[in-house]
Design a protein around this ligand. Structure first.
Ligand code: SF4
Ligand code: SF4
Length: 140
């Protein structure tokens, strides 16, 4: 984690915060723990959606977007760090999200170095979701 970064930093735009609007970022248990260690309680920012853990959206933006800035920048979820790289479950591929206002600045081939990390993260999230759904099934 780079402590010298400002509270919010998008390497592609100083002013954009589009990816924090109308979003329910899917996150992992380790993301939740890291955010809680910084002083938040999961009951205020987390919800479950179809077995996945997601950040709550309030008034059209992510719970943690404050004054157009990410208020948990240093401990933000891994998925926010990877964005605009996303994993498309339909085609099972890592893609650049065209919803990113600056997506044309990217070439997915430039991201070989972190592609493996994206896959590891996606697998972690999928495994946690399966575990959660199985647990629920057992309780029925
Ligand atoms: S955690 Fe921060 S970077 Fe991620 S969606 Fe929310 S406000 Fe944006
Ligand atoms: S939408 Fe793209 S350009 Fe805008 S803040 Fe997110 S990553 Fe940066």
């Amino acid at each position: 984690m780079n402590d010298s970064l400002p509270e919010f930093y998008c390497p592609y735009s100083d002013e954009c915060y589009e990816c924090c609007l109308d979003t329910e970022m899917t996150i992992s248990i380790s993301d939740v723990k890291r955010i809680e260690e910084s002083g938040y309680n999961r009951s205020e920012f987390l919800k479950e959606k179809e077995g996945f853990l997601v950040l709550q959206n309030i008034k059209g933006h992510c719970y943690f977007l404050k004054d157009k800035r990410c208020s948990i920048y240093k401990v933000r979820p891994q998925g926010c760090r990877f964005y605009p790289l996303i994993y498309d479950f339909d085609v099972e591929e890592i893609l650049i999200d065209e919803l990113c206002a600056n997506h044309t600045k990217f070439d997915v081939d430039d991201y070989d170095s972190i592609s493996e990390d994206v896959i590891i993260y996606v697998n972690e999230i999928m495994a946690e979701k399966e575990m959660r759904l199985k647990k629920k099934e057992r309780k029925k």
